[in-house]
Ligand binder design. Sequence first.
Ligand SMILES: [Zn+2]
Ligand SMILES: [Zn+2]
Length: 295
Amino acid sequence: MDERAPHESFAKLADETRVDILRAVAVAERDRESGGEEPYLSFSELRDRVEVSNSSRFAYHLDQLTGTFLHKADRGYTFTWSGERIVRTILAGGYGTPIEFDSVPVEGACPACGADALRAGAERVMIRVRCADCDGPIASFPLTPGLAADREPEAIVQAAERRTRSDFDDIFAGDCPKCAGRLDHEIRERDALPGDPFLTINRCRECLAPFGLPLSMWALSHPATVAFYWNRGIDIRSKPIWNLFAHLSDGGWTVEVESEPRTYRVTLREDEDELRLTFDADLSVTDVARLTSEA
Ligand SMILES: [Zn+2]
Ligand SMILES: [Zn+2]
């Protein structure tokens, strides 16, 4: 673990040549022939890939990166963990340039007013799905420069939603989607959505990132939920999140709390059938019940 103070580490990046060196390592990694191995570049290989007027100047800059952003071994240089992270951020870009795209209509009804008037648009670092009738915010997803590059607005929204679904899976497993650190979960009584009175707050112990998620959404990844819908010809994992919220507002899905011991019941209904998942206060599923009209 590198215990160097962050401000000292970042100060080492305040030079164009050093950023070019990190970029060159990333390009070499992309272009390498072998799949699994870590790419090591020798001093001369790196030197050939970076434009700098003299060798001793280059050696000085390389030395400044070594230990913090580059690891030096007998075979040559490769990224440290922070070097790899920082170069991905640099390459994916977007410094000081707002990411913008024209809002697009998305399918589904507003859980607050019922209008079929949902639109998704860029709002600073987020994509927000709003109701064009009541202006209520329905859902939001992180908007990254990589997401917005080489995609049409509809595809940006779809990809953002997919990424959020995979983030959900990390959160359900107790892992931070940003750094893989451990999450602490907390359940707050607060109208997260019309029809769901509980909001789970999931905070990373390491990078401090907070993730808010309505309690009902925790039912989504359970195999019983996936099967319940799959048996009815519905792939619940591919339904946009904002379409699912309508199930809560129309009473199709309900969320209830029991006090002793404290448990939360999420009931999903489809036609005459019900699936009920019980969660304990740590958000683990403790019981799954199927109630069906079918014999
Ligand atoms: Zn509305
Ligand atoms: Zn984290």
